[in-house]
Write a protein that binds this ligand. Structure first.
Ligand code: A3P
Length: 320
């Protein structure tokens, strides 16, 4: 289903014929639209969302670079924001029976994909939504409203390894995988899903510096190493701080425990079910560790990626 392109409108097909294209990570090709690379279905989804999505001031939108821990952050956000409605001590908490991508849907991948017209009437306020779209290509209403943006990225080495595994996993259904060398070269050239990776990160980093009340910038590594501090930072940014009482009762720890890799990846829903867009839930849980790149990178690969990252982030204050 991920590769399915027969639902593309004539207009979109016409647009694609004018765009630069390169070998795809999952489907045959990815295309460069508004400066970033993505698949045909998602370009159609991005355009629909740019034209139709009306942000509300209370919306919370999670923006991530693909494979940076989106699934984890979705679960943390859901548990955090809804903790009055759904106590994290509940036996039948939604996160125990539904995949985080169902509870916090993607705009362009899910809600606006394949020409769908989303019905937001069942969404509780604040609405929790997600996207991978670069800042400059967000629907204008997101930029113009008080909508909060929570941004998550991850070091490019682990991001690459995770993306390579994920795309090969989806390609496997079609009995075909991509070599690490080939995909590494594409990643370094900026040709990755929603890449160039560095432009995506840098744009949101700048926005978070210029407008810290609008954009919170998080890193997977910091989240893993300082979970409690980062979760409290997130709560403060969203103006739903933990009370002293909640801290005493262990709510912070309970949220972290419920959303841990260990817990989520072993749930029945995340081992056996699929998303409506075709991906098996289990493909979103692989290792969940920092530094798996060391098991795959040659010295040359590591040096090359470091060099690019240093060049691109030079003077920005950003370090991975
Ligand atoms: P790895 O492939 O390195 O294991 P995304 O959700 O953006 O697609 O990112 C997927 C990555 O996040 C995968 O990384 C996955 O294992 C990891 N991940 C998923 N759930 C996690 C969790 N609860 N805690 C930490 N990492 C998690």
């Amino acid at each position: 289903k991920y590769l399915q392109e027969d639902s593309l409108s004539e207009e979109c097909k016409e647009l694609l014929s004018t765009l630069p294209k390169e070998k795809g990570w999952i489907g045959s090709y990815i295309y460069k639209y508004q400066g970033f690379w993505t698949s045909p279905r998602l370009i159609q989804g991005v355009i629909a969302c740019q034209q139709q999505f009306q942000a509300q001031d209370t919306d919370i939108i999670l923006v991530t670079t693909p494979k940076s821990g989106t699934t984890w952050l979705k679960s943390l956000l859901f548990a955090l924001v809804n903790r009055t409605k759904h106590s994290v001590f509940e036996q039948n908490h939604p996160l125990l029976v539904k995949n985080p991508h169902i509870l916090v849907p993607f705009l362009e991948h899910t809600l606006y994909v394949d020409g769908r017209v989303p019905d937001f009437s069942s969404f509780a306020s604040p609405r929790l939504l997600a996207t991978h779209v670069p800042f400059a290509s967000l629907p204008k209403s997101i930029q113009d409203s008080e909508t909060k943006l929570v941004y998550l990225c991850r070091n490019p080495r682990d991001t690459f390894i995770s993306m390579w595994h994920f795309s090969n996993n989806l390609r496997l259904d079609h009995k075909d995988t991509n070599s690490i060398e080939e995909m590494f070269d594409l990643f370094c050239k900026g040709v990755s899903i929603y890449g160039p990776f560095w432009d995506h990160v840098l744009d949101y980093w700048k926005q978070s510096v210029e407008n810290p009340n609008k954009v919170l910038f998080l890193m997977y590594e910091e989240m893993k190493e300082n979970q409690k501090i980062q979760l409290k930072r997130l709560a403060e940014f969203l103006k739903c701080q933990f009370s002293i009482e909640e801290e005493k009762c262990g709510v912070v720890d309970e949220i972290l425990k419920m959303c841990s890799f260990e817990n989520l990846s072993n749930l029945e829903v995340n081992t056996n079910e699929k998303l409506s867009t075709g991906e098996g839930n289990k493909t979103f849980f692989r290792k969940g560790e920092i530094g798996d790149w060391k098991n795959y990178f040659t010295v040359e690969m590591s040096e090359k990626l470091n060099r690019i990252t240093e060049e691109k982030f030079h003077g920005s204050g950003l370090k991975f």
